[in-house]
Every structure is written in C-alpha cells, then in structure tokens.
Ligand binder design. Structure first.
Ligand code: CU
Length: 391
C-alpha cells in the first residue's frame, strides 16, 4: 500500500498548491499559475480589496518618513537607521507625506497589473475585505459582448459586492491593448482601487516589444480638495523623444509601416491610455518623466505647480534626484519646437513654441480601429461640446 500512500500524498500536495494560490494576496501571484499564458484558454486572477494606511510599516505598524530615497521610523529623529529593502517594500508610500487612508489591492497601491492574451476567458475573483464599504470593479475598455453582468457598474449591471463577500467576474479579454480596471462606486478609484490591464494581441507583429513598463496616473488630493485635474504627460528633456500614437498599438509601429508620431508631450484626459516608446539615446544618467496638470495656475497666489514625477535611470548609473519645476520649460524654440499631441483646444498653448497635433492626425494600422461608415442613418443629432480654454 506504500505506493498508494505516496500517490495520495502527492495528490494532496497538488490539491493544496492549486487551491492556495490566491490566499496570500500580498506575496503570492495575482493570477493562478498555469493560466494567463500565451497558450492558455483562461486567465484566472484574484484581487483582494482592503483599506490601508500609507507610510506605515507592516508589523508592528509604525509611522515612517522619507529622506533621500530611504524610509526611517518617525522617532528616528537623526535619520540614522534606514529601513531595509524588504521593510520598505511593505510600506505603501503613495505621496510620501504623512499617513492617509487608501484602498490597497493585494496589498499594493495602486493594484497589481493584470496581463493576459486577447480572447482569453477572464475569471477574476474580487474579495472585498473592507469593513463597511461595498465595491464593484469596472474593466475599462473591455467590450463585454454577451457579459453585461461583468461590466462592474454598481446598481446598473450588478449589485455591489458587500463587505466580506467575493464576486467572480467572467468576460472575454477583448480588445487587445493597454487598459485598466477601476472601482465603479463612490471615490474608491481615487483612493487607489485601480490597476493596469494589459491585453497582448493574439497575433505577433513585427518588432513588437513584449517588455516595458506601465505608468498609471490618478487624481490625487492629499487633503481631499474637490478639484479635478486634466493632466499632461510631459517629457522634461526634449531629446528623449516620446513616440506616441492614438489608441494602443504604437508598440508595433516601429517597422516600415510605422505611423508613429514623434512628440515631446501628450495630453491625457481621464480614462485615456497611450502606448509610447521612449528612445533612450541620451547621455547616461537620471531623467524625469513629468506629468503636469494643464490648469492655468499663473494667477494663483502663491503660484502652484501640480505635477507627478517619475525617475528614469540608465542602468549602471548612480541615482541623482533631479528637480523639476515649471519654470524650466524653455527648451522649446522656434527651430526646435516641442510638439504636443491631443490638444483639446485649437489654440493651446499659444506660447513656448508648442505646436499641437489633434487626435484626428494620428493614424492607426489597426484594422479594428478604422472608422466604419454607418449606413441607413435615421436621424442626425448634434452635440455641442465646447472646450473654450484660455484665449
Ligand atoms: Cu473606466
């Protein structure tokens, strides 16, 4: 009977490992091993939602503060004992300023990026561990053909997921591209309940890179001011060209049929996504990727600068911490203008040698994104959208 015992224990071990992948959301995988691969039919993932405080160590909970890229316990007044890398990785830093309530997904803020392949059946378990708040998740950009119940709009396509409950979303991963998921109830999205949703195309295209990084932008009011923001992703160094196209398939546009736009910056409205390539062909060092809001802050007293910054560092170089401020944007000249893409106004911006390309300039190689003529029009309605801007 020994062989049977061994067989049974093997079965038991296998059973355990396949059941437990979702039970340690912070350290375990987001998606079930053996799913979500290029040749898999399904992609099964688990998102655990809970409230967390930023700038706190995990165990025991203790407030931390930052200095020169490291974190220190709040009572370490002389900044003598930096936290270890592991301890730092457990802290949700957010804006690094004081402590604030956020929503973490699998212990992360923002949530983990889910990567899958086009046409895969998505099975996503959402566990709501918030104590009093119900939630839903909308899968931004997904067509949800035949699966309206998985669209995630609270009170319209589903009942909210009550505290302590788990809800499973099922839908087909269509169309391909860079997208994201986000809460669709209250202000949970701006508290952190969102993450990347990258759908790789079924067919490989020439020179399509499969590696890269995702930049997620969110509205952020540390003190919960009721302002909303439009944002501009701005490259502070004009030599680092951003190649961007409309929609999502710029990544494949590097071959002969390239329809890339070479721009210095582009304007992102809420919910929009871009795939862009940064040509790292500059002097090795540290560069900033800068996102600014496009509000007119010049009349504010004192002047304000609303921006988010990310450090891009060439491998093997020492990190420096370049400081960006809004006064340094004078690298655009009449000979070397800074091209901006997706301006909402005809005359934005009027100064600084910033010619603007509007969205209709961008062309796509993607057959699905081609404009389709509508036949048999019953009625034509005119919607008057106005973007007056500042003359
Ligand atoms: Cu959305």
């Amino acid at each position: 009977m020994a062989w049977l015992k061994i067989l049974l224990s093997l079965l038991f071990v296998k059973h355990c490992t396949s059941q437990n992948w979702w039970q340690s959301p912070e350290n375990g995988p987001t998606c079930k091993p053996g799913t979500c691969g290029e040749n898999d039919e399904t992609c099964e993932c688990s998102l655990t939602i809970e409230h967390r405080l930023t700038m706190m160590t995990a165990n025991p909970p203790s407030l931390v503060r930052p200095k020169h890229g490291r974190l220190y316990l709040y009572n370490d007044t002389s900044f003598s004992f930096p936290l270890s890398d592991k301890e730092m990785s457990e802290v949700l830093t957010a804006d690094g300023y004081g402590s604030r309530l956020v929503i973490a997904v699998n212990g992360k803020f923002p949530g983990p990026t889910i990567k899958e392949y086009e046409d895969q059946t998505m099975i996503i378990h959402v566990r709501n561990l918030m104590h009093t708040d119900s939630t839903t998740i909308h899968w931004h950009g997904m067509h949800q053909k035949g699966t309206p119940r998985s669209d995630g709009v609270a009170f319209i396509s589903q009942n909210p997921i009550l505290p302590g409950l788990t809800f499973t979303y099922r839908f087909s991963a269509q169309p391909h591209g860079s997208s994201f998921y986000h809460a669709h109830i209250g202000d949970q999205r701006s508290m952190g309940l969102y993450g990347g949703l990258i759908i790789y195309p079924k067919y490989k295209f020439f020179s399509q890179p499969q590696v890269g990084f995702t930049v997620l932008l969110q509205d952020w009011n540390h003190d919960d001011e009721p302002e909303t923001l439009y944002r501009r992703m701005l490259n502070g160094h004009r030599e680092l060209n951003i190649r961007a196209s409309d929609g999502f398939e710029i990544v494949r546009g590097t071959g002969n049929n390239s329809r890339d736009l070479i721009v210095e910056s582009f304007i992102i409205h809420p919910g929009e996504r871009y795939d862009f390539t940064i040509n790292a062909n500059q002097t090795r060092g540290t560069y900033l990727l800068v996102t600014e809001s496009i509000e007119d802050l010049s009349k504010k007293n004192p002047p304000e600068y609303h921006a988010a910054e990310a450090i891009n560092q060439y491998e093997g170089t020492t990190t420096t911490y370049p400081n960006k401020d809004s006064t340094e944007q004078n690298h655009c000249t009449s000979q070397t203008p800074c091209v901006t893409f997706n301006c909402p106004y005809l005359y934005y911006p009027t100064t600084n040698y910033r010619p603007c390309l509007t969205f209709d300039i961008a062309n796509s190689n993607e057959s699905l994104s081609k404009f389709k003529e509508v036949e048999n029009v019953d009625e034509t309605l005119f919607f008057n959208f106005a973007f007056p801007g500042v003359p």
